[in-house]
Design a protein around this ligand. Structure first.
Ligand SMILES: NC(=O)c1ccc[n+]([C@@H]2O[C@H](COP(=O)([O-])OP(=O)(O)OC[C@H]3O[C@@H](n4cnc5c(N)ncnc54)[C@H](O)[C@@H]3O)[C@@H](O)[C@H]2O)c1
Length: 88
């Protein structure tokens, strides 16, 4: 990976949780060139309200499990980075 690599289409696992939600807000509010796909299972700890209100053309929520390989096969292509903030 180049030192100057700047991702433009990222997946954030656990993006409806505490840290992930704050990270998604930071990226969407500070990096207008980046599209964020949140992948979250919405367990007891996940709350979609944590990312409510963010621009829909730059952020989408996919409800699913990071262990679902079929989902990952469909979701990952086209993304250039994954920020893994999922917890149990
Ligand atoms: N909160 C802290 O102070 C802190 C400090 C250091 C490290 N961490 C680590 O950072 C990570 C995130 O912490 P947090 O406090 O944001 O946790 P959190 O519990 O608030 O959020 C975790 C998110 O992961 C989602 N999730 C759980 N299992 C999933 C799965 N199988 N597939 C997709 N999504 C799933 C949940 O729905 C939730 O939205 C954890 O690994 C934690 O150990 C947290």
């Amino acid at each position: 990976m180049s030192e100057n690599f700047v991702p433009t289409n990222i997946i954030v696992t656990g993006g409806c949780g505490f840290i992930g939600g704050n990270f998604v807000h930071y990226v969407v509010n500070n990096h207008s060139e980046v599209h964020v796909t949140v992948l979250d299972k919405l367990t007891y700890a996940g709350n979609p309200e944590n990312i409510a209100g963010l621009l829909s053309d730059r952020m989408e929520l996919v409800v699913g499990d990071i262990c679902d390989t079929g989902l990952l096969d469909k979701l990952v292509p086209g993304h250039d980075a994954i920020e893994h903030v999922r917890a149990h």
